[in-house]
Design a protein around this ligand. Structure first.
Ligand code: CA
Ligand code: CA
Ligand code: CA
Length: 255
């Protein structure tokens, strides 16, 4: 091994202090009950493209107090849920038809979840209910269930969750169904929309969430110890190119 890490470290600019990747969460609890517009933001997540029917006009989101209807669900974060078009001055929910909505944050996501509270009634039997991760208009990951129709308990809860792919935005969407006029939408309200960022970047070797000289020193120790954790270009050997790959990722930061 002809190269010493400390020699290369001397060539590198040190001092980027970058925030580690984090999660955005919208719980809708900071709003008074009321309409939120056709697009709104909460917890770093922006919501848009709220449709009751495919190809229909965009409608308003709303925040509404759900404590009189779903407080028995541990997944509910009081006091509000998000609805796709109705709100109440009281605490009892009115469930609104939902075909689609979109949500995104400023950075790409790696995982996401949405708590869906929906009504188990017969008209929606067979409707496919999905949370999808999108890149452009392409679905790269999804989590779906089929509405079972009438259930003995009216209000149901399902947590839809995505992981394993990088996406630009998420889409809640319903398709199909058996009753004309009720296709492509269910009666639902939503809570706790979470979009997680990329996993912690590997140049933050000491894991403190910042990029500092100590990460360079940790890299040097790995390299000098022959630890393949320093093999940043993945070719199975420790060479100058691994230093260059480390430097490039360090300069790019932990988004
Ligand atoms: Ca909430
Ligand atoms: Ca660090
Ligand atoms: Ca290598």
């Amino acid at each position: 091994m002809g190269i010493r890490a400390i020699d290369v470290v001397g060539l590198l600019a040190v001092g980027c202090v970058c925030a580690a990747a984090n999660a955005e969460e919208a719980d809708f609890d900071g709003f008074p009950s009321g309409f939120l517009g056709r697009s709104f933001s909460d917890g770093g997540i922006t919501f848009s493209e709220n449709l009751w029917f495919p190809g229909g006009n965009q409608v308003q989101f709303a925040a509404t107090n759900g404590t009189g209807s779903i407080s028995s669900f541990p997944e509910f974060s009081p006091v509000n849920v998000m609805t796709t078009g109705s709100w109440s001055s009281g605490t009892v929910l009115g469930f609104t038809r939902t075909h689609q909505w979109i949500a995104s944050r400023s950075e790409p996501g790696e995982s996401a979840q949405v708590d869906v509270f929906w009504l188990g009634r017969p008209n929606w039997e067979g409707t496919e209910v999905c949370l999808e991760g999108l890149v452009g208009d392409d679905v790269v990951v999804s989590d779906c269930f089929i509405h079972p129709g009438a259930l003995p308990v009216d209000i149901q809860h399902t947590r839809l969750a995505l992981s394993g792919e990088t996406f630009d935005r998420i889409r809640f969407i319903c398709r199909g169904g058996t009753v004309p006029g009720e296709l492509d939408g269910i009666l639902a309200v939503f809570d706790n929309v979470v979009i997680d960022g990329a996993p912690p970047c590997r140049v933050d070797l000491d894991g403190d969430g910042e990029l500092t000289l100590f990460d360079f020193l940790a890299y040097q120790n790995l390299f000098d110890g022959g630890d393949l954790a320093a093999d940043f270009d993945g070719d199975g050997e420790l060479t100058l190119f691994d230093f260059l790959a480390f430097q490039n990722e360090f300069d790019a930061g932990c988004g």
